[in-house]
Design a protein around this ligand. Structure first.
Ligand code: DGJ
Length: 735
């Protein structure tokens, strides 16, 4: 049993394989956080709440209630009643005052995990997970607050979410509803977040936590390029293999906050949820509000274990696509090959050449619809541009399939160009503030997805095209953030629901898409990786990682992404050089090695690249077929980070049964010390004997992990090597 309630001690004990989480109920019904960390046999730790030591509990000392609230480690702190740290729930009642206090009412422990209404969320069978629902109430507001915890023992993951039910008649204004909180006061922590911008998504940032609040957030309407819905608090010496890591990741694709706060008592509060900025939800009598889910993990063995817990969890309990455990077709995308300048003949030329090289799918990117020859127009007008695609879309798809490739297509369904038929007909469908000229970004506005009619229209545009031809893949793009928040559909006092309703509309569209086209391979994208989050992974098994396809830059982007997300989710392509964004030249071989760590594909004009590069493609595709299962399903270990050392990068993927491992070494900047460079491997079976493929050299796992492996030196910047270690059978070793 993963969840137990000790009635006498009023303690809930949540156990995973290596971790324990303990919740305690005070006599008054305050729900306290007693412990989270390494697995503990005994749950008898109510004393950790220190309610006895400092008799500040409201029943013992009502005159010091505020001191109690500001000190007590709360499971779900509420605002306006004397806890001055970040609250998780701010409610304004019918009298117009903000204040909420929730006390334990009842609980339920059940096998499995219920779905979250309208939201993406993890799932598990009755054998894989158990759920605790802690029901708390605020009797003054008539508000029921259900705190849900699902425990995934195998993966060392606990998920948390919150449901609010207005049991009264008056409307409650929910001004903030976060999904999880962790109050801790036993360590000094550093804070690790993922930050960056367009074309440099998810760089790892680490800093000391100081007094006050520090956070990452998004108020852009998407999870964003700049800051990421992830937060880890780590002990100062934490490395890949050592140290204590508490991490949260948000299953949501809109505005978020992820915050750490160090207070006067040297206690740290860590919270995550929907950003309260420009959020307010009218919860009318009898209505419910479901807040999205936070995925929580603790690792006592550094970042490596944290990443592998997230990877296993997302592969097993979040991503639903039938492609999850399959090799994705090797695709060629025409974006960096042609941008908007293509027609049927050009695409067929690419397809013919691609087929010869062993590529399996052609993806037609932006520019095939309306009168779109650049990014100034036509979003919303999803009719095929027959000046470019002579004979129509079906003809092109049939021809491509005749050549022997599958066909994929690009959409940006959430957008509307001011220069479009749709805008001329329905200007009110664009998000805008009445009387104010809405801000354009990439010459486009955002559709108001809070309006069901707009959701229906936008979905049907996509679906009609997919019904018209045998299309195997969709790239769903989103190229601007939200601004000028105003909806012509929502009532005046519901305007602050728009950000969240937008995300719900998006999820509804994607849910419809995967239900109507269950065989479709969906890749999400947002100007590269601006919406790479667990929410989107619920619908698509892969997300375009970044518009930056430079192999060197990708090392850092993919490393930051893989801190949380499985390699199988990272859209990665080999592109042409000099790289269109950085102007950098890297060997074609290295570009292939780096893209192998993701979904793998090409994004170049195969009819124009140098002959010697084209000749390498069949070999790269052979490597993809050979190693993809290992990369997709295996355990990922970071060995050296170019982001940190500015010279080289090294990572390894080991099979779950440790029968093989593939190590990638990229020498970004060649320095003389690479001559005879020693690398210590990770993740092998120390007792097993491994042969380095292509050689007769054998090593024990222990030799490779403790002693190290000497890389073969080659001169030159940007060179890379793949090393495949294969465990030898007993017989082979004896011989
Ligand atoms: C942004 C994407 O990230 C690119 O790959 C490409 O699809 C363009 N949009 C097209 O407009």
């Amino acid at each position: 049993m993963a969840i137990r309630y000790d009635e006498e001690r009023r303690i809930f004990k949540l156990d995973t394989k290596h971790t324990t989480y303990i919740i305690g109920l005070t006599p008054e019904g305050y729900v306290g956080h007693a412990y989270y960390g390494d697995y503990m046999e005994s749950g008898d730790v109510f004393y950790l709440l220190r309610t006895g030591e400092r008799p500040l509990t409201p029943s013992a000392l009502p005159r010091e209630k505020s001191s109690f609230l500001d000190f007590f480690p709360a499971e779900y702190p509420t605002g306006g009643i004397g806890d001055y740290r970040e609250s998780c729930l701010d409610v304004r009642g019918s009298a117009g005052c903000r204040g909420c206090e929730i006390l334990y009412d009842s609980h339920r422990i059940r096998k499995g995990k219920p779905k979250l209404n309208g939201l993406p969320a993890s799932f598990g069978t009755e054998d894989e997970t158990e759920t605790l629902e802690l029901v708390c109430v605020d009797k003054v507001l008539n508000l029921r607050v259900i705190l849900s915890y699902s425990v995934f023992e195998e993966e060392d993951i606990i998920t948390r979410s919150v449901r609010l039910i207005n049991e009264g008649e008056e409307c409650l204004r929910i001004e903030k509803v976060l999904s999880a909180c962790l109050d801790m006061d036993d360590e000094e922590f550093e804070m690790v977040t993922l930050v960056g911008g367009w074309a440099r998504e998810r760089g790892v940032q680490r800093r000391r936590i100081t007094y006050g609040k520090q956070m990452v957030s998004s108020a852009k309407g998407e999870s964003s390029h700049q800051e990421h819905p992830f937060l880890a608090l780590v002990t100062p010496q934490t490395t890949e293999q050592q140290g204590r890591v508490y991490a949260m990741n948000f299953v949501y694709s809109g505005n978020f906050i992820a915050e750490a706060e160090l207070n006067q008592h040297d206690a740290v509060r860590m919270v995550m949820g929907i950003n309260g900025e420009d959020f307010c939800w009218n919860l009318r009598g009898g209505e419910e509000f479901q807040a999205p889910e936070v995925v929580l993990t603790f690792s006592g063995e550094g970042f490596g274990k944290m990443s592998r817990s997230f990877h296993d969890f997302y592969r097993k309990h979040l991503i639903r696509s039938p492609y999850l455990h399959k090799k994705r077709p090797v695709l060629i995308n025409n974006w960096e090959a042609t941008y908007f300048d293509f027609d049927t003949e050009k695409l067929l030329d690419i397809a013919r050449e691609a087929k010869k090289a062993g590529i399996e799918m052609l993806v037609m990117d932006d520019g095939w619809f309306g009168k779109r020859d650049n990014d100034d127009s036509s979003l919303g007008d999803w009719t095929v541009n027959e000046d470019k695609l002579k004979g129509g879309l079906k003809y092109l798809v049939d021809e491509v399939r005749e050549i022997g490739l599958e066909f994929g297509i690009w959409f940006e369904p959430e957008m509307i160009s001011p220069d479009s038929m749709l805008y001329r007909e329905h200007p009110e469908w664009a998000i805008h503030i009445p009387g104010r000229q809405a801000t354009q970004s990439r010459a486009q506005y955002v559709l108001d997805l809070s309006n069901p009619e707009v959701v229906d229209y936008a979905y049907e545009c996509v679906a009609k095209i997919l019904r018209s031809a045998p299309i195997s893949y969709v790239k769903w793009d989103m190229n601007r953030q939200l601004s000028d928040l105003g909806s012509s559909y929502l009532e005046r006092d519901s305007q602050q629901e728009l950000f969240h309703r937008y995300v719900l509309g998006l999820y509804e569209m994607q849910e419809r898409l995967v239900s109507e086209f269950p065989g479709l391979l969906l890749e999400n994208c947002s100007s590269g990786g601006g919406r790479f989050d667990p929410g989107m992974l619920y619908y698509s098994p892969q997300i375009w990682c970044s518009d930056n396809t430079d192999a060197v830059e990708r090392l850092a982007i993919q490393e930051g992404t893989a801190l949380i997300y499985p390699l199988s989710t990272m859209g990665a392509h080999v592109s042409d050089c000099p790289n269109h964004m950085t102007g950098r030249n890297t060997p074609f071989e290295t570009r292939g090695h780096v893209a192998l760590a993701g979904t793998f594909g090409y994004e170049l004009d195969i009819t124009k690249i140098p002959e010697k590069d084209r000749e390498m493609i069949p070999g790269q595709i052979k490597d993809y077929h050979k190693y993809n299962e290992l990369i997709r399903e295996g355990d990922y270990y970071r060995i050296a980070s170019y982001r940190e050392n500015h010279k080289y990068d090294c990572y390894l993927v080991a099979a779950k049964d440790k029968s093989e491992a593939l190590m990638t070494f990229v020498q970004v900047q060649c320095v003389p010390t690479f001559h005879g460079k020693k690398i210590k491997l990770l993740g092998l079976d120390s007792k097993a004997v491994y042969r380095l493929e292509g050689t007769e050299q054998v090593y024990t796992g222990e030799m490779l992990m403790k002693g190290g492996f000497i890389i073969d030196f080659v001169q030159g910047d940007g060179m890379s090597r793949l090393y495949h270690f294969v465990r030898q059978s007993e017989d082979h070793i004896k011989k």
